[in-house]
Every structure is written in C-alpha cells, then in structure tokens.
Design a protein around this ligand. Structure first.
Ligand code: NI
Length: 256
C-alpha cells in the first residue's frame, strides 16, 4: 500500500468533495496520507483533518511564502500541538527565492526557528527549497538539522547537489514531476538516489503526474509515479511501493 507523504487536502481545490476523495483512497491502494500545512490557518486545518480521518496524519509548519506575519506565539502553537499523536513532522518549511514573497532574511529566520522547534519536539522536518540551494544548505547546517532528520520535498536541484543532502541523511520526496517529459533532471536524481532514501509524495492538488498533468492531483495517482521510478530503477512497481512505504514508516511512524 502507498503512503502519500505530502499532500494539501485542506486546500480549497477539495472544498466540494474532500470527504468523497479521501474515503475512496483506501480502495485505491493508499494506506496513509500526511497532510502538509503551509500557513498558520493550514496548521489548524491539518489538525482538524488528521483528527477526523484515521489514515490522515499531519505536519505543522509555515511555508516560506507565508512567514511575513509570524510571531513567537505562532511558534508556541506549533510546539504545543506537535505533541498530538497524529502529527509526524514539522513542515513545510524552507526558502523560496523564486517568488520572494517575504524578504530573504525573514524567510531564513523562520526556517531556522522551525528547525529548532523540530529538534525540541523530536520530529523530522519537511523542507521546501526553490532557487535557494546555497542558503538552504547553510541554514540546515547552522540549525544542525541533521539531528532532526527529514525530507527535501519536491527536490528540484541537480543530482550532484543531491549528494550534499544525502550526506546529511535527508530523504527525497518524489512526485509527479518525475513523469513529465521535461522532468529529465528529476529522473537523473532518482537514478542516482539509493532506494532507501526515496519517499512518494503528491503535493496534491498540485503537480499531477502524466497522464493527468495540469489536473487536480490526488494520492491514488502515485501509482503512476511508482511506475516511472520502477522503470528508471529497473525494478517492479510493487517493489517501489513497498520500499518507499518502508521508508515512510522509518522516518515518520516509528514512534506513532
Ligand atoms: Ni507542498
């Protein structure tokens, strides 16, 4: 069974039929879903969703686009709720210099603070990093993030740079991009990565794999991602699913 390690089912794209979509997943080979918060409101919605569905877990954190108004009170909220048995990580956190919604110094400050909270609460981190490879590595090193461990979500840099994150022990979230015709870089990364460092993730409602590219994504489409990884690695789709599920258990569910 598949574990979707990163989805946004609290997104408004699921407003009309969230319950139907989620309830169908177990009939479509999906065992668990980890809902990723991106804002403080997203943290509250993630707590609610993970309370409502047995198989939905959550991560709490604030995406770099949304850190502009954060306060230490928000950090208290995340720290207090990180002890909830359904919360398995701090995320998604990181740096986004592509959109530069918040000033870079502000992004770095809250990225580091949230790494510290992960270490205080004993949870791994889920890192979003876009067009910010050098600063991402610098903040991870400054915060000694390898002590928390975690995943580089929707990894978008080269196979060469991936070795730096591998050396720190990080996992890699692989999703729809690996199926894209222009996803050559992602295919090279998958080719280089050891199987015990790959996690399946949708980032739903975004980044649906081929043949659904451009449509609303959902966790059951991960079978197409598994199929693509299988052909790159020259192993069976079943082996990709069992290995990535084992990896997700090792990183997120060992204590739950
Ligand atoms: Ni995401």
């Amino acid at each position: 069974m598949i574990i979707d390690t990163h989805a946004h089912y609290d997104d408004e794209a699921f407003e009309q039929d969230r319950n139907e979509v989620l309830k169908e997943l177990s009939h479509k080979g999906v065992e668990k879903v980890i809902n990723a918060a991106a804002s403080m409101d997203g943290c509250r919605r993630t707590l609610k969703l993970s309370g409502e569905y047995d198989f939905v877990y959550g991560m709490l954190g604030v995406h770099p686009d949304d850190v502009g108004d954060l306060t230490e009170k928000d950090m208290d909220f995340i720290r207090e709720n990180a002890g909830n048995p359904k919360i398995v990580a701090i995320g998604e956190i990181g740096l986004d210099y592509h959109w530069d919604v918040a000033p870079r110094e502000v992004q770095k400050h809250w990225f580091l603070r949230q790494i510290q909270i992960a270490k205080e609460t004993g949870l791994p981190i889920c890192v979003h990093s876009r067009d910010a490879v050098a600063d991402t590595l610098a903040v991870l090193k400054e915060g000694k993030a390898q002590e928390a461990g975690g995943v580089i979500h929707c990894y978008s840099y080269s196979a060469e740079l991936a070795k730096e994150y591998l050396a720190m022990g990080f996992y890699f979230g692989i999703g729809g991009v690996v199926t894209f015709k222009n996803g050559r870089k992602c295919k090279e990364v998958v080719e280089m990565l050891p199987m015990d460092k790959i996690l399946l993730e949708t980032d739903a409602p975004y980044l649906a794999p081929e043949p659904f590219r451009g449509k609303r994504n959902e966790s059951s489409y991960l079978s197409y991602v598994a199929k693509e990884i299988a052909s790159i690695k020259n192993i069976s789709e079943e082996e990709v699913i069992s290995r990535t599920t084992e990896n997700a258990h090792r990183l997120y569910f060992k204590l739950k």
